[in-house]
Design a protein around this ligand. Structure first.
Ligand code: SF4
Length: 341
């Protein structure tokens, strides 16, 4: 156990908790320490967190190296602060928040209760059982209002909630969604500072992150992309995957994800992407369409997925036949956008 309340895994999964800060404080890590030898791994993991936030709007936890994971959060915050870019700050806070609500879906209700109390929620367990979903929590209506205010779906209106003696009944999914708002605000607040100076390692990481953000976000602005798919502008890795899909009728998991998310992002309709997989030996129409729509953000959590960045594709052996333009970009969508510009 890391402390009376949370395990070390919890501190890594929920690094914005007050207890995580208390756990880190005695280590006395200072910003200038990042310039010392032996900090590469920590800086790399921290930068990876920010990259993932920009590309995928969530941040997968790596619980194999638990201390590194815990420490990478404050370092990632420093990188984001050093970008001095409000878009990246918002995107990072959102990604930490989204990852939290995903992880909370698998936690016991007692853990959700503890995390909510870290935000000073007046929350308790309830025994109320709905026909479909157990309403496992009651929270003070003021805590509810503070977090539901930004949510536009009419189900969050106070008049549509079950209110009793100043408390609102909530199921686990809704409690996690409201906590997502708390996390986003807490992380945004921690990013809302300006530091007098940064070690060069941090400045270099911040510059790389800014470049990635302008490529990915620029490429995501679909208005700027032509309405038709321009196959001649595909980056070499996507051409290779496309060719492999049509000739060998098989792709690795990463290959399938990369090709599908790339095609969806450049505006290919899901049915057209589905056509590509029809000749695969393991083709199952219902499942394939579901997977494609999931990547497009039309199913499940609603997250719209982007293809991985080049460094990740290189690790997985998906980056093939690099050309001159590849040397100047960080992301396959950045390649596509530059090629058609
Ligand atoms: S560098 Fe990037 S865009 Fe170019 S082939 Fe490799 S993964 Fe694709």
């Amino acid at each position: 156990m890391a402390s009376a309340g949370f395990t070390k895994d919890d501190l890594a999964k929920y690094p914005f908790l007050k207890e995580t800060a208390q756990y880190i404080r005695p280590l006395g890590l200072q910003i200038d320490d990042l310039a010392s030898a032996g900090m590469d791994q920590l800086l790399r993991r921290a930068e990876e967190r920010v990259d993932e936030a920009i590309i995928n709007r969530c941040i997968d936890r790596n619980l194999k190296k638990i201390d590194l994971e815990i420490l990478s959060f404050p370092v990632a915050l420093l990188i984001v602060i050093a970008t001095e870019n409000s878009f990246i700050k918002k995107r990072y806070a959102l990604a930490e928040a989204k990852q939290t609500s995903r992880d909370l879906a698998f936690e016991p209700k007692e853990k959700i209760l503890k995390i909510a109390r870290d935000f000073d929620w007046n929350i308790n367990l309830s025994a109320k059982v709905d026909i479909d979903t157990p309403l496992e929590f009651t929270i003070k209506f003021t805590d509810y209002l503070r977090n539901a205010a930004r949510l536009h779906d009419k189900k969050w209106k106070l008049t549509n909630s079950i209110l009793s003696h100043g408390n609102i009944y909530l199921n686990r999914k809704d409690a996690a969604r409201l906590l997502e708002e708390e996390v986003r605000r807490r992380v945004e607040k921690r990013l809302d500072v300006k530091l007098p100076k940064y070690p060069p390692e941090l400045t270099a990481a911040a510059e790389r992150v800014k470049k990635l953000a302008s490529e990915v976000i620029g490429a995501m602005e679909t208005d700027e992309l032509p309405k038709v798919v321009v196959q001649t502008a595909f980056p070499p890795c996507i051409n290779a995957l496309y060719h492999e899909a049509s000739s060998s009728h098989h792709l690795s998991h990463v290959g399938r994800f990369t090709l599908t998310s790339f095609l969806i992002n450049i505006g290919m309709p899901a049915e057209k992407v589905n056509e590509l997989y029809k000749t695969f030996s393991d083709y199952n129409e219902r499942l394939t369409l579901y997977q494609i729509e999931h990547i497009a953000g039309e199913r499940g959590s609603g997250t719209h997925y982007n293809p991985p960045q080049c460094s990740v594709l290189q690790t997985h052996g998906v980056c093939k036949n690099r050309d001159d333009l590849c040397r100047r970009i960080y992301h396959p969508l950045g390649y596509y956008k530059q090629k058609i510009a």
